[in-house]
Write a protein that binds this ligand. Structure first.
Ligand code: UD1
Ligand code: MG
Length: 455
């Protein structure tokens, strides 16, 4: 196998997206398009990946980090001009360079690997990845001669009526002999409808020089979809969602209604977990085995153990243990750490709090900035009063505490191990361990009050 290099084109503004966000940063299943491309390219045993940036260069770099090197294309004069920007890094090197557009998020590494193989087997100087498109509008068309050999690519805007009927399209992914590529790039002109330097023109240039130029056609058009506007973005989302869901199902996850289940590209789920409709899992979320999630549940950036049930709830940026029961209608806010066998019931909001093993807040509570020990029972309507309008304070509840219903715990406050707080209390001072604290007005019954009042 020869040395492999990659150039990823990501400098365009993406005018057709009509967006403030640069095109290649638009997410598909929660992950920016260009990141999808780089993640797949990274699986190909590539010596050097160079991403061409321009519009939004800083944001693209921030997104991709050290997984790629970068070359800046200050003015977007076309895809050939974009590849030229990698000249300093790649020119003169022996090997094969794959060029991929940052707006083709569905392309798989297996297909790129097959493209490399085809290219190497035929000792070609250039190999285009093509596909058959039922609606080829907007794509470059592959022009073949009578012997079915590739002659050139004609951009949609430059194509004749006859050429536009061709359904074999240029996917925007190519393998080139690296040296031949940079030599040919010097010869590309901008003599076309758009006044741009087209990378596909390299094909015709090499062909005219008598070099071997070939095409490798993939059977799957969906995979090569180029996203230029929001309609295509929604198609990419649909295809990617299907791909992700099917992979999880093949790995042993039950998805009751895949068309209504949204799983981010980097989410991991253990086997025998069941996802009910309306489940949205995103970011760096990891879910264990034998869990039940949904219906109508949003989980983002959470690590969740095994045999946990989360119904009709939202959870963000938190750790949730095993055999935990959450919902319906609970809200787990960031930086919460919910240990095993905890129960968070209906209408409970938890924020930046630790729940020790086996503790329960079963109904209608707000628990914020709290450290709760093991086997604590927070009665219905328990509230940590954590905010004085300026600062937030900690509530510490030690192991085995019982908090009666409708209690306010005014922080900072500590409830000692095994203590009881009577229902309806407003606790403003620490409660010693094993104590019973009652902090409410005594009940007064005024006998025959109504009769006297009516006189
Ligand atoms: C391009 C191809 C077309 C192919 C299609 C596949 C050209 C001239 N046309 O068309 O044959 O069918 O992709 O999706 O290559 N970019 C830069 N710098 C530039 C211009 C573009 O980095 O100066 C980047 C864009 O950010 C984008 C990629 O190159 O990621 C492709 O550009 P785009 O404008 O989307 O080309 P298409 O019209 O889709
Ligand atoms: Mg495009």
């Amino acid at each position: 196998m020869s040395n492999r290099y990659a150039v990823i084109l990501a400098a365009g503004q993406g005018t057709r997206m009509k967006s403030k966000l640069y095109k290649v940063l638009h997410p598909v299943c929660g992950k920016p398009m260009v990141q999808h491309v780089v993640d797949q390219v990274s699986k190909l045993n590539i010596k050097e990946i160079v991403t061409i940036t321009g519009h939004g260069a800083e944001m693209v770099k921030e997104q991709l980090g050290s997984s790629s090197k970068y070359a800046l294309q200050e003015e977007q004069l076309g895809t050939a001009h974009a590849v030229m920007q990698a000249r300093e890094m790649l020119e003169g090197k022996e090997g094969v360079t794959i060029v991929v557009c940052g707006d083709t998020p569905l392309i798989k590494h297996e297909t790129m690997e097959a493209l490399f193989k085809h290219h190497e087997e035929l000792s070609a100087k250039a190999t285009i990845l093509t596909a058959h498109a039922e609606s080829p509008f907007g794509y470059g068309r592959v022009i073949r001669n009578e012997q079915a050999m590739v002659e050139k690519i004609v951009e949609h805007k430059d194509a004749s009526e006859e050429e536009r009927k061709i359904k074999e399209i240029n996917t925007g992914t190519y393998c080139f002999d690296n040296k031949a590529l940079f030599e040919a790039l010097n010869k590309v002109t901008n003599n076309n409808v758009q006044g741009e330097y087209y990378l596909p023109d390299v094909i015709e240039i090499l062909k005219n020089e008598g070099e071997i130029v070939t095409a490798y056609q993939t059977a799957d058009f969906e995979e090569t979809l180029g996203v230029n506007d929001r309609v295509a973005l929604s198609h990419a989302e649909t295809f990617m969602k299907k791909r992700i869901n099917e992979e999880h199902m093949r790995n042993g996850v039950t998805i009751i209604d895949p068309s209504n289940t949204y799983i981010g590209a980097d989410v991991k789920i253990g086997s025998d977990t069941v996802l009910y409709p309306g489940t949205i899992l995103s970011g760096n979320t990891l879910i264990g085995s034998d869990c039940v999630i949904g219906p109508h549940t949003e989980i983002s950036d959470c690590h969740i153990g095994d045999q946990t049930v989360i119904r009709q709830s939202a959870a963000y940026d938190s750790h949730i243990g095993s055999q935990v029961n959450i919902g319906p209608f609970a809200h787990i806010r960031p930086q919460s750490d919910i240990h095993d066998e905890v129960k968070i019931g209906n209408f409970v909001e938890v924020k930046k709090s630790v729940f020790g093993k086996g503790s329960k807040a079963s109904h209608l509570s707000y628990i914020g900035d709290a450290e709760i020990g093991k086997d604590v029972n927070l009665g219905c309507g328990s509230i940590t009063v954590n905010y004085d309008g300026k600062n937030k304070y900690l509530t510490k509840i030690e192991d085995g505490v019982f908090i009666g219903c409708n209690s306010n715990l005014v922080a900072p406050v500590i409830i000692g191990e095994g203590a009881y707080v009577a229902a309806g209390s407003t606790i403003t001072e620490d409660v010693p361990g094993e104590a019973l604290s009652i902090a409410r007005a005594r009940q007064v019954n005024k006998e025959n009050y109504v009769q006297k009042f009516n006189k």
